[in-house]
Every structure is written in structure tokens, then in C-alpha cells.
Design a protein around this ligand. Structure first.
Ligand code: AMP
Length: 189
């Protein structure tokens, strides 16, 4: 399966300076949601590409309209959703995780100021690079806006999937290995 992250697609568009990127840059920096039409078009393009063996949607759908568009996009292709996995995490813990995270600018390995520093300070464990980066929207103020967008627009779509028996909950406060094993068990089940 491939990972389809609308956030990654939007960040790539911003970096490349495409018309979509220019449109969404300020919205993303504020932590607000990008329009449903833009993200659904991005997902539609990718479903016609390399997702033949399945996809993990990451950060999508985030609104009821997106959930309905996804159903349509899948139906048109004779596909359907197998699971909706909710990772539940205490909000203060989430803010701490997000505001402290950074990645290697070369290979993308993830790190955290408190929970996972490189073994040798300033040097990537995996590729040896000394360049790291942080997302501009990973500051405390923007993260609070992202949380309130989640509560207002994304959490309300859970019942849509619950009614179809698709939602599986994972305790996102557990250790990384336990969370990963829980997700694997759902996908294997
Ligand atoms: P993420 O990488 O999933 O944390 O997304 C980063 C930002 O991209 C969000 O705060 C939104 O501004 C935008 N974004 C990503 N996915 C979506 C989506 N499905 N709907 C609307 N906006 C999105």
C-alpha cells in the first residue's frame, strides 16, 4: 500500500510554487483547512496512479464533504474503504509532540526535542546529514488552531464511518511499538 498524505501533497505544491501551492500557503501557515475541492482533486489524481494495491489515507478526509467525495472517488473505481483508524491522543501531549518534532532535511527521518534526539547531537542517525528542518505550522499557536479545526470539522465525521462499522480506535498514548502493532493487527485482521 502507498501512503497518501494530503498534507505532504500540499507542502510539495507550496515548495514547487504551483498555482495550488500559492493558493494554500497562507491557509496552511494559519493552521486552517484548505478547500475541499483542492484536496479531493489531489487525492483523485493519485488514486489513478500508483495506488493499485491499496492506500493509507493520512490526514484525509478531514470534513464531511471530503468523506463523501472519497466515497464517490472510490465507487467510481470499484474500490472501498476497509478500515478507519482513529489514533486517540490527549491534546496537551499532542501539542508537545508536534511542537518538538523535526526531521532530517536529507532523508526525512523524524526526531523530537525531548523524546528522540539524534544519538550524536546535530547529526542524523540514518544518513549522517547535519541539516534538519521543522514545519512552519508546528508552532504552539498554529497547532491550537489545527486542533480546533479538528474538533469542529473532522471529529464530527466519525459517526459517518461508525454507522458503517469501519472505525477502530487505537490508544495513541501508548509506546510507538505498541501503536504500530495495533495498527498492523487491524490491517492483518
Ligand atoms: P498535515 O500534514 O496533515 O498536518 O496537514 C497540514 C496542513 O495542510 C493542514 O493544517 C491544512 O492546512 C492542510 N491540509 C492537509 N490535509 C488537508 C485536508 N484533508 N483538508 C484540508 N486541509 C488539509
Amino acid at each position: 500500500m502507498i501512503q497518501l498524505s494530503t498534507g505532504d501533497m500540499l507542502r510539495a505544491a507550496v515548495k514547487a510554487g504551483t498555482p495550488v501551492g500559492l493558493k494554500v500557503k497562507a491557509v496552511m501557515e494559519a493552521g486552517e483547512l484548505v478547500s475541499d475541492a483542492i484536496v479531493s482533486a489531489l487525492i483523485g489524481e493519485r488514486l489513478d496512479g500508483d495506488a493499485a494495491h491499496g492506500a493509507i489515507f493520512d490526514g484525509y478526509p478531514r470534513t464531511q464533504a471530503q468523506a463523501e467525495s472519497l466515497d464517490l472517488l472510490l465507487r467510481e473505481r470499484g474500490r472501498s474503504l476497509d478500515h478507519v483508524i482513529e489514533l486517540s491522543v490527549d491534546e496537551d501531549a499532542l501539542v508537545e509532540r508536534i511542537t518538538g518534532r523535526f526531521t532530517c532535511a536529507v532523508c526525512g527521518t523524524g526526531y523530537h526535542d525531548r523524546f528522540k534526539l539524534p544519538v550524536v547531537s546535530g547529526v542524523c542517525d540514518v544518513c549522517g546529514s547535519t541539516e534538519f528542518k521543522r514545519r512552519p505550522d508546528d508552532n504552539a499557536e498554529t497547532v491550537r488552531t489545527r486542533m480546533s479545526e479538528y474538533r469542529a470539522k473532522t471529529a464530527p465525521i466519525l459517526p459517518y464511518y461508525e454507522a458503517r462499522g469501519l472505525v477502530k480506535r487505537i490508544d495513541g498514548m501508548a509506546d510507538i511499538e505498541i501503536v504500530a502493532a495495533g495498527i498492523a493487527a487491524i490491517l492483518d485482521g
